[in-house]
Design a protein around this ligand. Sequence first.
Ligand code: TEU
Length: 560
Amino acid sequence: MAGIAQWWRDAAIYQVYLRSFADGDGDGIGDLRGVRDRLDYLADLGIDAIWLTPWYPSPMADAGYDIADYRDIDPVFGSLADADALIAEAHQRGIRIIIDVVPNHCSDQHPWFQAALAAAPRSPERSRFWFRPGRGPGGDLPPNNWVSHFGGPAWTRVTEPDGRPGQWYLHLFAPQQPDFNWDNTEVREELLSVLRFWLDRGVDGVRIDSAAILVKDPFLADVEQELPPQNVHAPAQQTPDTQPLHPYIDRDGIHEIYREWRRIADSYPGGRALIGEIWLPEPRRFALYLRPNEMHSAFNFEFLRCAWDAVALRRTIDDTLAAHAPVGAPASWVLSNHDVTRHVTRYGRADTTFDFAERHHGDPLDLELGTRRARAAALLTLALPGSVYVYQGEELGLWEVEDLPDAVRQDPMFHRTRGADPGRDGCRVPLPWSGTSAPFGFSPAGAAAQPWLPQPATWSDCTVEAQSEDPTSMLELYRAALRLRRDQPALRSEREPLRWIAAEPGVLAFRRGDEFACVINLSDAPVELPEHDSVLLSSDPLQGDLLAPDAAVWLRLRGR
Ligand code: TEU
């Protein structure tokens, strides 16, 4: 096992999407009380750390990713005292706490943005953001042709204090999320101070939101052909390593920022992790963020995007390991999060890849097949070397809720694209804990409000209560796998790298150490298992020594 101080290198990290995890006070929205009440569930699941999505005061234009005060907790989630209690109670159970920090933008209600609106063009208050005059007659057109990730222009015009239409400001996401200007020293110092504020309170790490897009080309030049909103991160195989992807992705100067963050994180005792949300299709460029004096870890989205296909998965795994090795950083493995289609659904479709630009929403779906594959994928993911993320509900086998009525959808991605993009609500539906009808224990009995998104009636079979002690359930598979992952030194040790074992086409087989092997059958015929001592765990009942299609197994090998 990695040393305590570098706990993130092999940790199993559970993502709590706070609004949808557990509602402690009955308002239909998840909160810190709810998380505190479920810490025993998480300890029993066998995870090492929790990453909590933003908990700060926010008008919730983007579900909390629009922060109005970086040093407090939104009353809908609780109070600073609740946060302190959660940190302490998690630590008592050996669970570390990672919080989300959003440095690219704040809320339009943040005091700095309000001050900027009240100030004059070219004032120090405006220089913390990207304010520019418009183009065309009367400055009626946005300063450039960039589009927002949520659809529409990346610029909004303000009304000046004297009542006249005035400058425009940049927002790569919703208009309520103005982008900070990271060339501004006050911005840099403020976010460093925010980092210290939370590390002082005892958090064990931060997940850095939209980490690769902080620095903008100050010329704010038009891009030759603006990409459709969600395409900016799409794999660009032709792009050589040195060519900018876009005037705001992976710009010069970005690494300097994280070197400062790293100096601060490393000055605290106990190991405090910096984990980047970096969507970059090129593994070598991605790995530059993980050099020894930058971030400790980053999410591996290439693995998440990858098709359920033996050749593609093996290539992604090899590329990942090859990119991380030279910088000495641990790889990470992610199947789902709060921005993407749940993988039970992805794996149940003809096209099993993920792309923001093409979510395949509503495509024909075989949920049973998707679930089989998700079980196998869990065993694959939990056997790979490095850290691993579990997105809340994946341990229950939840699928994307695709039939949410438009009227209940809340994601700005849905609204700003006028429904062209279904958005991300379908993976954010509140968790089912117990009982046979909604709210399935998400809210306390007698709660005043319904869950903020409706839960499917069929989730009665998916509750924690229904799955507990059912040896065939997804939950028990995750519990068993996470427990074994803890107990098998080879699975946690960096001295036991992944070694592929020769296997038939369509089959992935690898060892960790001399005594452990994982085999995943992605072909359409049963395959024979390699010689082994015993079966530790399988995603599907074995038929003798045969592993069925879309199943995976963990084996104890004969020691040598
Ligand atoms: O997402 C940032 C991000 O760039 C990707 O998720 C993706 O590119 C985008 O959603 C679509 O192009 C983070 C958070 O994870 C997300 O929930 C927030 O909405 C976003 O930042 C803004 O803070």
